[in-house]
Design a protein around this ligand. Structure first.
Ligand code: ACM
Length: 598
Protein backbone atom coordinates (compact mmCIF):
# COMPACT_ATOMS: atom_id res chain seq x y z
CA UNK A 1 0.00 0.00 0.00
CA UNK A 2 2.81 2.43 0.93
CA UNK A 3 4.51 1.69 -2.36
CA UNK A 4 1.26 2.34 -4.17
CA UNK A 5 0.81 5.72 -2.46
CA UNK A 6 4.42 6.61 -3.29
CA UNK A 7 3.85 5.67 -6.92
CA UNK A 8 0.66 7.73 -7.06
CA UNK A 9 2.45 10.72 -5.54
CA UNK A 10 5.31 10.40 -8.05
CA UNK A 11 2.81 10.24 -10.89
CA UNK A 12 1.03 13.32 -9.56
CA UNK A 13 4.32 15.21 -9.31
CA UNK A 14 5.26 14.07 -12.80
CA UNK A 15 1.95 15.13 -14.35
CA UNK A 16 1.94 18.49 -12.59
CA UNK A 17 5.49 19.11 -13.75
CA UNK A 18 4.47 18.35 -17.30
CA UNK A 19 1.08 20.04 -17.28
CA UNK A 20 0.79 22.97 -19.68
CA UNK A 21 3.07 25.66 -18.25
CA UNK A 22 1.51 28.90 -17.15
CA UNK A 23 3.27 32.10 -18.05
CA UNK A 24 1.09 34.33 -15.91
CA UNK A 25 3.28 37.39 -16.16
CA UNK A 26 1.94 40.84 -15.35
CA UNK A 27 2.60 43.12 -17.16
CA UNK A 28 2.63 41.05 -20.34
CA UNK A 29 6.15 41.12 -21.77
CA UNK A 30 6.91 42.32 -25.25
CA UNK A 31 7.99 38.90 -26.65
CA UNK A 32 7.70 35.53 -25.01
CA UNK A 33 8.74 32.29 -26.67
CA UNK A 34 7.53 29.23 -24.83
CA UNK A 35 9.80 26.21 -24.42
CA UNK A 36 9.62 22.69 -23.06
CA UNK A 37 10.61 21.84 -19.52
CA UNK A 38 11.13 23.60 -16.23
CA UNK A 39 13.89 25.22 -14.23
CA UNK A 40 13.79 24.22 -10.60
CA UNK A 41 14.87 26.71 -7.95
CA UNK A 42 16.17 24.70 -4.99
CA UNK A 43 19.23 23.86 -2.93
CA UNK A 44 21.13 22.94 -6.10
CA UNK A 45 20.84 26.45 -7.54
CA UNK A 46 23.65 28.99 -7.56
CA UNK A 47 23.45 32.71 -8.19
CA UNK A 48 26.19 34.03 -10.47
CA UNK A 49 26.58 37.79 -10.62
CA UNK A 50 28.95 38.66 -13.43
CA UNK A 51 29.03 42.41 -12.92
CA UNK A 52 29.39 44.40 -9.72
CA UNK A 53 26.61 46.74 -10.88
CA UNK A 54 24.11 43.94 -10.24
CA UNK A 55 25.39 42.93 -6.79
CA UNK A 56 22.83 44.94 -4.88
CA UNK A 57 19.73 43.65 -6.68
CA UNK A 58 21.20 40.15 -6.51
CA UNK A 59 21.57 40.45 -2.74
CA UNK A 60 17.97 41.64 -2.41
CA UNK A 61 16.75 38.79 -4.63
CA UNK A 62 18.69 36.31 -2.53
CA UNK A 63 17.02 37.59 0.63
CA UNK A 64 13.58 37.43 -0.98
CA UNK A 65 13.84 33.81 -2.15
CA UNK A 66 15.74 32.36 0.80
CA UNK A 67 12.81 30.09 1.70
CA UNK A 68 13.19 28.48 -1.74
CA UNK A 69 16.96 28.37 -2.04
CA UNK A 70 20.09 29.68 -0.35
CA UNK A 71 21.44 30.12 -3.89
CA UNK A 72 24.73 28.49 -2.98
CA UNK A 73 24.25 25.23 -4.90
CA UNK A 74 26.41 23.83 -7.66
CA UNK A 75 24.15 22.20 -10.26
CA UNK A 76 21.86 24.83 -11.75
CA UNK A 77 22.51 28.55 -12.09
CA UNK A 78 20.85 31.91 -12.21
CA UNK A 79 23.21 34.21 -14.07
CA UNK A 80 23.04 38.00 -14.06
CA UNK A 81 24.98 39.23 -17.10
CA UNK A 82 25.60 42.83 -18.14
CA UNK A 83 25.42 43.26 -21.88
CA UNK A 84 25.46 46.40 -23.98
CA UNK A 85 22.69 47.36 -26.32
CA UNK A 86 19.60 47.16 -24.13
CA UNK A 87 17.41 50.15 -23.25
CA UNK A 88 17.60 51.26 -19.61
CA UNK A 89 14.63 49.12 -18.52
CA UNK A 90 14.91 46.35 -21.12
CA UNK A 91 16.09 42.82 -20.47
CA UNK A 92 16.31 39.35 -21.87
CA UNK A 93 15.41 36.37 -19.72
CA UNK A 94 16.21 32.85 -20.89
CA UNK A 95 14.96 29.97 -18.77
CA UNK A 96 16.26 26.47 -19.52
CA UNK A 97 16.21 23.42 -17.20
CA UNK A 98 19.79 24.07 -16.14
CA UNK A 99 20.08 27.85 -16.24
CA UNK A 100 18.24 31.12 -15.89
CA UNK A 101 20.15 33.74 -17.85
CA UNK A 102 19.37 37.41 -17.27
CA UNK A 103 20.89 39.92 -19.65
CA UNK A 104 20.54 43.68 -19.35
CA UNK A 105 22.59 46.82 -19.80
CA UNK A 106 21.42 48.52 -16.63
CA UNK A 107 20.28 47.62 -13.15
CA UNK A 108 16.70 48.58 -13.99
CA UNK A 109 16.46 45.98 -16.75
CA UNK A 110 18.07 43.27 -14.63
CA UNK A 111 15.75 44.13 -11.74
CA UNK A 112 12.70 43.73 -14.00
CA UNK A 113 14.02 40.41 -15.28
CA UNK A 114 14.14 39.20 -11.68
CA UNK A 115 10.54 40.36 -11.13
CA UNK A 116 9.50 38.41 -14.22
CA UNK A 117 11.42 35.34 -13.11
CA UNK A 118 9.69 35.40 -9.70
CA UNK A 119 6.35 35.56 -11.49
CA UNK A 120 7.20 32.40 -13.43
CA UNK A 121 7.58 30.57 -10.12
CA UNK A 122 4.66 29.54 -7.87
CA UNK A 123 3.41 32.59 -6.01
CA UNK A 124 4.63 31.13 -2.71
CA UNK A 125 7.91 32.70 -3.79
CA UNK A 126 6.47 35.86 -2.20
CA UNK A 127 6.04 34.13 1.16
CA UNK A 128 8.20 35.10 4.12
CA UNK A 129 8.49 31.45 5.13
CA UNK A 130 6.84 28.21 4.04
CA UNK A 131 4.45 26.14 6.12
CA UNK A 132 4.73 23.19 3.73
CA UNK A 133 7.27 22.40 1.02
CA UNK A 134 6.72 23.93 -2.41
CA UNK A 135 8.37 22.90 -5.64
CA UNK A 136 9.63 26.09 -7.22
CA UNK A 137 9.41 25.29 -10.92
CA UNK A 138 9.62 27.98 -13.59
CA UNK A 139 8.49 27.02 -17.10
CA UNK A 140 11.22 27.37 -19.71
CA UNK A 141 10.98 30.28 -22.12
CA UNK A 142 12.80 33.19 -23.68
CA UNK A 143 11.54 36.69 -22.93
CA UNK A 144 12.61 39.94 -24.57
CA UNK A 145 10.98 42.78 -22.76
CA UNK A 146 10.88 46.55 -22.46
CA UNK A 147 8.22 49.06 -21.46
CA UNK A 148 5.89 51.00 -23.70
CA UNK A 149 6.21 54.18 -21.58
CA UNK A 150 9.17 55.44 -19.59
CA UNK A 151 6.90 57.10 -17.00
CA UNK A 152 4.70 54.57 -15.18
CA UNK A 153 3.47 56.31 -12.09
CA UNK A 154 1.35 55.96 -9.02
CA UNK A 155 0.28 58.92 -6.88
CA UNK A 156 -0.39 58.57 -3.18
CA UNK A 157 -2.13 61.53 -1.56
CA UNK A 158 -0.72 61.75 1.94
CA UNK A 159 -2.00 65.30 2.43
CA UNK A 160 -5.69 64.56 2.96
CA UNK A 161 -4.76 61.73 5.31
CA UNK A 162 -1.39 60.86 6.72
CA UNK A 163 -0.19 57.31 6.00
CA UNK A 164 2.67 55.74 7.95
CA UNK A 165 5.96 55.19 6.16
CA UNK A 166 5.51 51.40 6.35
CA UNK A 167 2.39 51.71 4.22
CA UNK A 168 4.23 53.93 1.75
CA UNK A 169 6.92 51.28 1.41
CA UNK A 170 4.33 48.54 0.97
CA UNK A 171 2.89 50.47 -1.97
CA UNK A 172 6.34 51.09 -3.43
CA UNK A 173 7.12 47.39 -3.25
CA UNK A 174 3.87 46.62 -5.08
CA UNK A 175 4.65 49.23 -7.74
CA UNK A 176 8.05 47.62 -8.28
CA UNK A 177 6.63 44.09 -8.41
CA UNK A 178 4.54 45.16 -11.38
CA UNK A 179 7.22 47.39 -12.92
CA UNK A 180 5.81 50.83 -12.14
CA UNK A 181 8.78 53.13 -11.77
CA UNK A 182 7.52 56.47 -10.41
CA UNK A 183 6.07 57.02 -6.96
CA UNK A 184 4.47 60.45 -6.94
CA UNK A 185 4.24 61.51 -3.33
CA UNK A 186 1.58 64.17 -2.80
CA UNK A 187 2.95 65.74 0.38
CA UNK A 188 1.33 69.12 0.86
CA UNK A 189 -2.33 70.03 0.97
CA UNK A 190 -4.85 72.42 2.48
CA UNK A 191 -5.51 69.71 5.07
CA UNK A 192 -1.93 68.91 6.02
CA UNK A 193 1.76 69.58 5.41
CA UNK A 194 3.67 66.31 5.72
CA UNK A 195 7.42 66.99 5.37
CA UNK A 196 9.85 68.08 8.04
CA UNK A 197 11.58 71.28 6.95
CA UNK A 198 14.24 72.40 9.42
CA UNK A 199 14.13 76.08 8.53
CA UNK A 200 10.36 76.27 9.01
CA UNK A 201 9.47 74.08 12.02
CA UNK A 202 5.90 75.37 12.24
CA UNK A 203 5.11 73.63 8.95
CA UNK A 204 4.96 70.40 10.90
CA UNK A 205 4.23 71.76 14.40
CA UNK A 206 1.14 73.56 13.08
CA UNK A 207 0.62 72.60 9.44
CA UNK A 208 0.68 68.82 9.92
CA UNK A 209 -2.34 68.76 12.22
CA UNK A 210 -6.00 69.55 11.80
CA UNK A 211 -8.52 69.64 14.56
CA UNK A 212 -10.99 67.30 12.91
CA UNK A 213 -12.14 65.85 9.62
CA UNK A 214 -15.33 66.97 7.97
CA UNK A 215 -16.79 64.21 5.82
CA UNK A 216 -19.44 64.18 3.10
CA UNK A 217 -21.88 66.45 4.88
CA UNK A 218 -19.17 68.94 5.79
CA UNK A 219 -19.85 68.18 9.46
CA UNK A 220 -16.77 67.55 11.54
CA UNK A 221 -16.14 64.32 13.45
CA UNK A 222 -14.35 66.07 16.31
CA UNK A 223 -11.30 63.80 15.98
CA UNK A 224 -7.95 65.52 15.38
CA UNK A 225 -5.82 64.10 12.59
CA UNK A 226 -2.26 64.60 11.48
CA UNK A 227 1.27 63.39 11.08
CA UNK A 228 4.38 64.07 9.06
CA UNK A 229 7.48 62.37 7.72
CA UNK A 230 10.76 63.20 9.39
CA UNK A 231 13.79 63.61 7.19
CA UNK A 232 14.97 60.19 8.32
CA UNK A 233 11.61 58.69 7.31
CA UNK A 234 11.95 60.23 3.88
CA UNK A 235 15.52 59.04 3.47
CA UNK A 236 14.39 55.54 4.40
CA UNK A 237 11.51 55.59 1.91
CA UNK A 238 13.63 57.03 -0.91
CA UNK A 239 16.36 54.43 -0.33
CA UNK A 240 13.79 51.63 -0.17
CA UNK A 241 12.39 52.84 -3.49
CA UNK A 242 15.82 53.21 -5.08
CA UNK A 243 16.60 49.56 -4.38
CA UNK A 244 13.43 48.73 -6.29
CA UNK A 245 14.15 51.03 -9.24
CA UNK A 246 11.37 53.39 -8.21
CA UNK A 247 11.93 57.15 -8.31
CA UNK A 248 10.16 59.09 -5.58
CA UNK A 249 8.82 62.36 -6.99
CA UNK A 250 7.85 64.86 -4.30
CA UNK A 251 4.93 67.18 -4.93
CA UNK A 252 4.75 70.56 -3.24
CA UNK A 253 1.60 72.31 -4.37
CA UNK A 254 1.79 75.94 -5.52
CA UNK A 255 0.10 78.38 -5.43
CA UNK A 256 -3.12 76.70 -4.22
CA UNK A 257 -3.78 73.74 -1.92
CA UNK A 258 -1.53 75.62 0.46
CA UNK A 259 -3.71 76.39 3.49
CA UNK A 260 -1.71 74.18 5.87
CA UNK A 261 1.51 76.09 5.11
CA UNK A 262 -0.32 79.41 5.36
CA UNK A 263 -1.84 78.40 8.72
CA UNK A 264 1.74 77.84 9.93
CA UNK A 265 3.12 81.03 8.34
CA UNK A 266 0.33 83.54 7.52
CA UNK A 267 2.94 85.89 6.03
CA UNK A 268 2.94 83.58 3.00
CA UNK A 269 -0.63 84.61 2.21
CA UNK A 270 -2.04 87.70 0.53
CA UNK A 271 -3.60 88.78 3.83
CA UNK A 272 -1.10 88.03 6.64
CA UNK A 273 -3.32 89.63 9.30
CA UNK A 274 -6.10 87.13 8.82
CA UNK A 275 -6.42 84.02 10.92
CA UNK A 276 -5.87 80.69 9.15
CA UNK A 277 -6.34 77.12 10.26
CA UNK A 278 -5.43 73.85 8.65
CA UNK A 279 -8.49 72.91 6.61
CA UNK A 280 -10.87 70.28 7.90
CA UNK A 281 -13.12 70.17 4.83
CA UNK A 282 -12.51 68.77 1.36
CA UNK A 283 -12.90 70.76 -1.82
CA UNK A 284 -11.20 73.63 -3.55
CA UNK A 285 -10.05 76.31 -1.15
CA UNK A 286 -9.22 79.92 -1.86
CA UNK A 287 -6.02 80.44 0.09
CA UNK A 288 -3.05 80.97 -2.22
CA UNK A 289 0.59 81.75 -1.63
CA UNK A 290 1.14 85.44 -2.29
CA UNK A 291 3.64 86.17 -5.08
CA UNK A 292 5.97 88.00 -2.70
CA UNK A 293 9.69 87.90 -2.01
CA UNK A 294 8.85 86.25 1.34
CA UNK A 295 7.01 83.40 -0.37
CA UNK A 296 9.65 82.88 -3.03
CA UNK A 297 12.37 82.76 -0.38
CA UNK A 298 10.28 80.31 1.62
CA UNK A 299 9.64 78.00 -1.34
CA UNK A 300 13.25 78.13 -2.47
CA UNK A 301 14.33 77.23 1.06
CA UNK A 302 11.84 74.36 1.16
CA UNK A 303 12.97 72.99 -2.21
CA UNK A 304 16.62 73.39 -1.22
CA UNK A 305 15.99 71.11 1.77
CA UNK A 306 14.08 68.70 -0.49
CA UNK A 307 16.98 68.49 -2.94
CA UNK A 308 18.94 66.83 -0.13
CA UNK A 309 16.22 64.25 0.38
CA UNK A 310 14.86 63.52 -3.08
CA UNK A 311 17.45 62.89 -5.80
CA UNK A 312 14.63 62.59 -8.36
CA UNK A 313 15.35 64.53 -11.55
CA UNK A 314 11.62 65.33 -11.67
CA UNK A 315 9.77 67.55 -9.19
CA UNK A 316 6.02 68.18 -9.12
CA UNK A 317 4.77 71.68 -8.29
CA UNK A 318 1.02 71.12 -8.43
CA UNK A 319 -0.56 74.19 -9.98
CA UNK A 320 -4.14 72.88 -9.99
CA UNK A 321 -7.37 74.29 -8.62
CA UNK A 322 -6.27 77.76 -7.56
CA UNK A 323 -9.24 80.16 -7.66
CA UNK A 324 -7.70 83.59 -7.75
CA UNK A 325 -10.14 85.61 -5.60
CA UNK A 326 -7.39 86.68 -3.18
CA UNK A 327 -5.21 87.89 -6.06
CA UNK A 328 -8.12 90.03 -7.23
CA UNK A 329 -8.78 91.34 -3.73
CA UNK A 330 -5.20 92.11 -2.79
CA UNK A 331 -3.90 95.62 -3.46
CA UNK A 332 -0.36 94.23 -3.46
CA UNK A 333 -1.22 91.70 -6.20
CA UNK A 334 -2.98 94.36 -8.27
CA UNK A 335 0.05 96.67 -7.99
CA UNK A 336 2.38 93.83 -8.90
CA UNK A 337 0.32 93.07 -11.98
CA UNK A 338 0.61 96.70 -13.06
CA UNK A 339 4.37 96.70 -12.51
CA UNK A 340 4.79 93.44 -14.42
CA UNK A 341 2.37 94.49 -17.16
CA UNK A 342 0.11 91.49 -16.53
CA UNK A 343 -3.42 91.63 -17.87
CA UNK A 344 -5.19 89.32 -15.49
CA UNK A 345 -4.81 87.20 -12.38
CA UNK A 346 -4.29 84.06 -14.49
CA UNK A 347 -1.08 85.64 -15.71
CA UNK A 348 -0.10 86.27 -12.12
CA UNK A 349 -0.33 82.55 -11.42
CA UNK A 350 1.75 81.93 -14.54
CA UNK A 351 4.34 84.39 -13.25
CA UNK A 352 4.39 82.57 -9.91
CA UNK A 353 4.69 79.11 -11.38
CA UNK A 354 7.29 80.21 -13.91
CA UNK A 355 9.39 81.75 -11.17
CA UNK A 356 9.46 78.49 -9.22
CA UNK A 357 9.83 76.42 -12.37
CA UNK A 358 12.90 78.43 -13.35
CA UNK A 359 14.37 77.90 -9.89
CA UNK A 360 13.89 74.15 -10.17
CA UNK A 361 15.33 74.06 -13.67
CA UNK A 362 18.40 75.94 -12.47
CA UNK A 363 18.84 73.08 -10.02
CA UNK A 364 18.64 70.51 -12.78
CA UNK A 365 15.05 69.44 -12.19
CA UNK A 366 12.37 68.77 -14.78
CA UNK A 367 9.09 70.27 -13.61
CA UNK A 368 5.78 68.45 -13.70
CA UNK A 369 2.55 70.28 -13.03
CA UNK A 370 -1.16 69.56 -13.29
CA UNK A 371 -2.63 70.57 -16.61
CA UNK A 372 -3.31 74.16 -15.48
CA UNK A 373 0.41 74.79 -16.01
CA UNK A 374 -0.37 74.77 -19.71
CA UNK A 375 -2.60 77.83 -19.33
CA UNK A 376 0.07 80.50 -19.21
CA UNK A 377 2.47 78.60 -21.40
CA UNK A 378 5.52 80.23 -19.88
CA UNK A 379 7.31 77.26 -18.33
CA UNK A 380 10.33 75.98 -20.15
CA UNK A 381 10.09 72.31 -21.17
CA UNK A 382 7.68 71.15 -18.45
CA UNK A 383 5.71 67.92 -18.33
CA UNK A 384 1.96 68.42 -17.94
CA UNK A 385 -0.26 65.91 -16.17
CA UNK A 386 -3.55 65.89 -18.03
CA UNK A 387 -6.11 65.08 -15.36
CA UNK A 388 -9.21 66.86 -16.68
CA UNK A 389 -9.74 64.39 -19.48
CA UNK A 390 -7.80 64.44 -22.75
CA UNK A 391 -8.38 68.00 -23.97
CA UNK A 392 -5.48 69.46 -21.94
CA UNK A 393 -3.23 66.68 -23.25
CA UNK A 394 -4.22 67.60 -26.80
CA UNK A 395 -3.42 71.27 -26.16
CA UNK A 396 -0.04 70.37 -24.71
CA UNK A 397 0.85 67.96 -27.50
CA UNK A 398 -0.02 70.51 -30.17
CA UNK A 399 2.44 72.89 -28.53
CA UNK A 400 5.14 70.24 -28.37
CA UNK A 401 4.89 69.80 -24.59
CA UNK A 402 5.39 66.41 -23.02
CA UNK A 403 2.34 64.97 -21.32
CA UNK A 404 1.53 62.30 -18.75
CA UNK A 405 -2.04 61.08 -18.89
CA UNK A 406 -3.97 60.89 -15.63
CA UNK A 407 -7.54 61.50 -16.84
CA UNK A 408 -9.67 61.27 -13.73
CA UNK A 409 -12.36 58.99 -15.18
CA UNK A 410 -9.80 56.25 -15.92
CA UNK A 411 -6.99 56.87 -13.48
CA UNK A 412 -8.39 58.02 -10.14
CA UNK A 413 -8.38 55.05 -7.86
CA UNK A 414 -10.78 56.69 -5.43
CA UNK A 415 -13.47 56.09 -8.08
CA UNK A 416 -15.78 53.18 -7.29
CA UNK A 417 -15.08 49.68 -8.53
CA UNK A 418 -17.86 47.45 -7.17
CA UNK A 419 -21.20 49.08 -7.75
CA UNK A 420 -21.82 52.42 -9.34
CA UNK A 421 -24.71 53.27 -7.08
CA UNK A 422 -22.27 53.31 -4.16
CA UNK A 423 -20.65 56.41 -5.59
CA UNK A 424 -21.42 58.99 -2.94
CA UNK A 425 -18.35 61.14 -3.37
CA UNK A 426 -17.47 60.52 -7.01
CA UNK A 427 -20.00 59.52 -9.60
CA UNK A 428 -17.53 57.74 -11.79
CA UNK A 429 -17.69 53.96 -12.01
CA UNK A 430 -14.26 52.57 -12.74
CA UNK A 431 -14.17 48.78 -12.55
CA UNK A 432 -11.03 46.75 -13.24
CA UNK A 433 -11.90 46.23 -16.89
CA UNK A 434 -12.21 49.96 -17.50
CA UNK A 435 -8.81 50.61 -15.94
CA UNK A 436 -7.29 47.79 -17.97
CA UNK A 437 -8.77 48.84 -21.30
CA UNK A 438 -7.47 52.38 -21.10
CA UNK A 439 -4.60 53.31 -23.38
CA UNK A 440 -2.77 56.62 -22.86
CA UNK A 441 -3.26 58.39 -26.18
CA UNK A 442 -5.16 61.27 -27.71
CA UNK A 443 -7.04 59.57 -30.52
CA UNK A 444 -7.23 62.65 -32.75
CA UNK A 445 -3.44 63.11 -32.52
CA UNK A 446 -2.16 59.56 -32.87
CA UNK A 447 1.27 60.23 -34.34
CA UNK A 448 2.04 63.15 -32.07
CA UNK A 449 0.73 61.14 -29.09
CA UNK A 450 3.45 58.58 -29.57
CA UNK A 451 6.03 61.37 -29.47
CA UNK A 452 4.75 63.54 -26.64
CA UNK A 453 2.86 61.23 -24.30
CA UNK A 454 5.60 59.97 -22.04
CA UNK A 455 3.49 58.02 -19.64
CA UNK A 456 0.56 57.31 -17.51
CA UNK A 457 -0.22 57.54 -13.81
CA UNK A 458 -2.90 56.33 -11.46
CA UNK A 459 -3.82 58.55 -8.53
CA UNK A 460 -5.01 57.51 -5.12
CA UNK A 461 -6.65 60.64 -3.74
CA UNK A 462 -7.57 60.12 -0.14
CA UNK A 463 -10.43 62.40 0.86
CA UNK A 464 -12.45 59.25 1.55
CA UNK A 465 -9.52 56.93 2.18
CA UNK A 466 -8.77 57.43 5.87
CA UNK A 467 -6.64 54.36 6.58
CA UNK A 468 -4.28 51.73 5.18
CA UNK A 469 -6.98 49.15 4.69
CA UNK A 470 -9.15 51.44 2.58
CA UNK A 471 -6.10 52.58 0.60
CA UNK A 472 -5.25 48.99 -0.32
CA UNK A 473 -8.86 48.21 -1.11
CA UNK A 474 -9.15 51.20 -3.45
CA UNK A 475 -5.81 50.68 -5.17
CA UNK A 476 -5.78 46.92 -5.64
CA UNK A 477 -6.11 45.02 -7.80
CA UNK A 478 -6.82 47.95 -10.15
CA UNK A 479 -3.33 49.36 -9.85
CA UNK A 480 -1.96 46.07 -11.18
CA UNK A 481 -4.10 46.51 -14.29
CA UNK A 482 -2.72 50.05 -14.49
CA UNK A 483 0.82 48.72 -14.33
CA UNK A 484 0.13 46.65 -17.43
CA UNK A 485 -1.36 49.72 -19.14
CA UNK A 486 1.93 51.55 -18.65
CA UNK A 487 4.26 48.71 -19.59
CA UNK A 488 2.60 46.59 -22.24
CA UNK A 489 2.25 47.65 -25.86
CA UNK A 490 -1.20 48.30 -27.27
CA UNK A 491 -0.97 45.19 -29.51
CA UNK A 492 -0.06 42.94 -26.60
CA UNK A 493 -2.79 44.16 -24.26
CA UNK A 494 -5.67 41.75 -23.99
CA UNK A 495 -8.40 41.88 -21.35
CA UNK A 496 -9.29 38.21 -21.84
CA UNK A 497 -5.72 37.24 -21.09
CA UNK A 498 -5.48 39.65 -18.16
CA UNK A 499 -8.60 38.33 -16.46
CA UNK A 500 -7.23 34.79 -16.76
CA UNK A 501 -3.99 35.93 -15.10
CA UNK A 502 -5.84 37.59 -12.22
CA UNK A 503 -5.97 34.60 -9.81
CA UNK A 504 -2.18 34.59 -9.71
CA UNK A 505 -2.17 38.36 -9.14
CA UNK A 506 -4.64 37.99 -6.30
CA UNK A 507 -2.70 35.21 -4.62
CA UNK A 508 0.47 37.27 -4.94
CA UNK A 509 -1.38 40.13 -3.26
CA UNK A 510 -2.50 37.67 -0.58
CA UNK A 511 1.11 36.67 0.09
CA UNK A 512 2.03 40.32 0.31
CA UNK A 513 -0.74 40.96 2.83
CA UNK A 514 -2.69 43.35 0.61
CA UNK A 515 -6.32 43.91 1.56
CA UNK A 516 -7.57 44.28 -2.00
CA UNK A 517 -11.12 44.60 -3.24
CA UNK A 518 -12.39 41.04 -3.92
CA UNK A 519 -14.92 42.05 -6.58
CA UNK A 520 -13.14 39.85 -9.15
CA UNK A 521 -15.30 36.99 -7.87
CA UNK A 522 -18.55 38.98 -7.69
CA UNK A 523 -21.12 39.92 -10.28
CA UNK A 524 -21.07 43.61 -11.19
CA UNK A 525 -24.23 45.30 -12.44
CA UNK A 526 -23.32 47.02 -15.65
CA UNK A 527 -25.96 49.48 -16.84
CA UNK A 528 -26.24 53.08 -17.94
CA UNK A 529 -27.31 55.16 -14.96
CA UNK A 530 -27.96 58.13 -17.22
CA UNK A 531 -30.77 56.65 -19.31
CA UNK A 532 -34.40 56.13 -18.32
CA UNK A 533 -36.31 52.92 -17.52
CA UNK A 534 -36.82 50.31 -18.81
CA UNK A 535 -33.16 49.83 -19.67
CA UNK A 536 -30.73 47.03 -20.51
CA UNK A 537 -28.78 45.31 -17.76
CA UNK A 538 -25.55 43.43 -18.33
CA UNK A 539 -24.09 41.18 -15.65
CA UNK A 540 -20.29 41.29 -15.53
CA UNK A 541 -18.06 38.79 -13.80
CA UNK A 542 -14.32 39.26 -14.20
CA UNK A 543 -13.47 35.66 -13.27
CA UNK A 544 -13.78 33.87 -16.65
CA UNK A 545 -13.82 30.41 -15.10
CA UNK A 546 -17.24 30.97 -13.54
CA UNK A 547 -20.79 31.23 -14.87
CA UNK A 548 -23.40 33.69 -13.66
CA UNK A 549 -26.84 32.76 -12.38
CA UNK A 550 -29.42 35.34 -11.37
CA UNK A 551 -32.96 35.85 -10.13
CA UNK A 552 -35.51 38.61 -10.60
CA UNK A 553 -37.90 37.56 -7.82
CA UNK A 554 -35.76 38.47 -4.84
CA UNK A 555 -34.71 34.86 -4.14
CA UNK A 556 -31.08 33.81 -3.66
CA UNK A 557 -29.56 32.61 -6.94
CA UNK A 558 -28.53 28.96 -7.18
CA UNK A 559 -27.25 26.79 -10.03
CA UNK A 560 -30.91 26.22 -10.91
CA UNK A 561 -31.62 29.93 -11.43
CA UNK A 562 -31.43 31.27 -14.98
CA UNK A 563 -27.90 31.39 -16.35
CA UNK A 564 -26.76 34.72 -17.75
CA UNK A 565 -25.60 34.13 -21.31
CA UNK A 566 -24.14 37.56 -21.97
CA UNK A 567 -27.27 39.03 -23.57
CA UNK A 568 -28.45 42.08 -21.61
CA UNK A 569 -32.04 41.92 -20.32
CA UNK A 570 -34.40 44.77 -19.56
CA UNK A 571 -34.91 46.08 -16.04
CA UNK A 572 -37.45 48.58 -14.79
CA UNK A 573 -38.24 50.65 -11.73
CA UNK A 574 -38.89 48.24 -8.88
CA UNK A 575 -36.70 45.48 -10.36
CA UNK A 576 -34.65 43.44 -7.92
CA UNK A 577 -31.75 41.51 -9.45
CA UNK A 578 -29.69 39.06 -7.44
CA UNK A 579 -26.70 37.38 -9.03
CA UNK A 580 -23.76 35.16 -8.19
CA UNK A 581 -20.92 33.34 -9.92
CA UNK A 582 -20.60 29.53 -9.80
CA UNK A 583 -17.62 27.38 -10.68
CA UNK A 584 -18.01 23.62 -11.07
CA UNK A 585 -21.41 23.87 -9.39
CA UNK A 586 -20.03 25.70 -6.33
CA UNK A 587 -20.76 29.34 -5.55
CA UNK A 588 -17.90 31.82 -5.63
CA UNK A 589 -17.81 35.37 -4.31
CA UNK A 590 -20.93 36.74 -2.73
CA UNK A 591 -24.51 37.30 -3.85
CA UNK A 592 -24.79 40.81 -5.22
CA UNK A 593 -28.10 42.63 -5.34
CA UNK A 594 -29.33 45.56 -7.36
CA UNK A 595 -32.63 47.08 -6.42
CA UNK A 596 -34.17 49.95 -8.37
CA UNK A 597 -36.63 52.13 -6.47
CA UNK A 598 -40.25 51.95 -7.63
C1 ACM B 1 -6.49 67.17 -9.32
O1 ACM B 1 -7.31 66.23 -9.42
N1 ACM B 1 -6.87 68.33 -8.80
C2 ACM B 1 -5.13 67.02 -9.77
Amino acid sequence: MRRFILLALCLLAWTSAFAAPRYDIVPTPKHLTEAEGFFRLDKNTALVVEDAAFEEIAADFKAQVKHASALDGSKTRIVLRKRDGFGKEAYKLTVTPSEVLIEASEVNGAFYALQTFKQLLPDAIYAQALKKPVKFLAPCCTIDDEPEFWYRGFLFDCGRFFFPKEEIMKFIDLCATYKQNMFHWHLTEDQGWRIQIDKYPKLTEVGAWRKETAWHSGKGNGIPHGGFYTKDDIREVVEYARRRCVTVIPEVEIPGHSTAAIAAYPELSCFPDRHYEVETKWGIHKNLYAPTATTFRFLEDVFTELFELFPSPIYHIGGDEAPKDVYRESAYCQDLMTVLGLENVEELQTFFVKRMGDFLRRHGKTVIGWDEILDGGALEDPIAMSYRGHAPAARGIKRGIRVILTPNRWCYLDNRQEDQSDAVDQNVFMPLKKVYNYYPSVDSLKDLSAKYIVGYETCLWTEYVPDNETAEYQAFPRNVAAAEVGWTSRENKDWESFRRRMPKVLSTLDWKGVRYCPVYYDVIFDYDRNIGFPKPMNLMLDDPSAEVHYTLDGSTPTMKSPRYDGTPFMVDRGSVIKARGFRKGKPIGKVTTKEFAK
